[in-house]
Design a protein around this ligand. Structure first.
Ligand SMILES: [Zn+2]
Length: 214
């Protein structure tokens, strides 16, 4: 992807994330893979709702030192994800309030309660608390994404990835929506969890539809 194109995409999605309040003030960070050697990432201390072209910095995957002072403090996490997952092209890290509320209370949001989530995000990873911006957190998050595309960070926030920023953004949106429903459901009373038979029937129906469409 050309750098000018990547800058436009990051600015567009930064605006959307800020408008939805998935991050506030100068929090959060997002990035795109430019090629095999470089990524484009938001700079440190900038508001993602008001990004200019100068608020983005290119980092080399193999030699991040020269650009790391300007980059988001979570640049290690982005680098670890891109280095360990060659197919991932976009990373979004946010602090959505309902998602964080679920991580603080230890809510089991990976239970099957919503058909859309069972079909689109069957695996949601939970990463135990580690200090933000640390190398330890970077490694744990990259490892958690071996089996998932969405990772909740305990007492901290959310990381979503995809082949495009749109994919990663939709995962952020879906996760926050699920956590909001989960919390409202538990505040209102007992939550109905779908049975293994209901989950199997749902997956069977979806698989049949996919087969029929292809
Ligand atoms: Zn954070």
């Amino acid at each position: 992807m050309h750098t000018w194109q990547a800058k436009a995409e990051i600015r567009r999605y930064g605006k959307k994330l800020y408008a939805q309040r998935y991050l506030v003030a100068n929090e959060g960070n997002l990035s795109l893979r430019l090629d095999d050697q470089n990524i484009l990432i938001t700079k440190t201390q900038v508001c993602k709702g008001e990004l200019t072209r100068r608020d983005l910095v290119t980092i080399k995957l193999t030699n991040p030192a020269e650009a790391s002072l300007q980059a988001s403090s979570e640049y290690r996490m982005h680098l670890a994800i891109y280095q360990q997952h060659p197919h991932i092209k976009a990373v979004i890290h946010t602090h959505p309030p309902f998602t964080i509320a679920c991580t603080i209370t230890g809510a089991a949001i990976d239970q099957p309660i919503l058909p859309e989530m069972i079909l689109t995000e069957p695996q949601i990873a939970m990463v135990p608390y580690l200090a933000p911006s640390s190398s330890e957190l970077a490694e744990k998050v990259a490892r958690a994404l071996d089996a998932s595309r969405t990772a909740l960070l305990q007492n901290h926030g959310l990381v979503t990835v995809g082949e495009t920023l749109q994919e990663a953004f939709w995962r952020t949106e879906r996760c926050e929506h699920l956590c909001k429903i989960w919390l409202l459901g538990h505040l209102s009373g007992q939550v109905n969890v779908l049975t293994p038979e209901q989950v199997a029937a749902l997956k069977g129906l979806f698989l049949n539809r996919s087969t029929a469409a292809s």
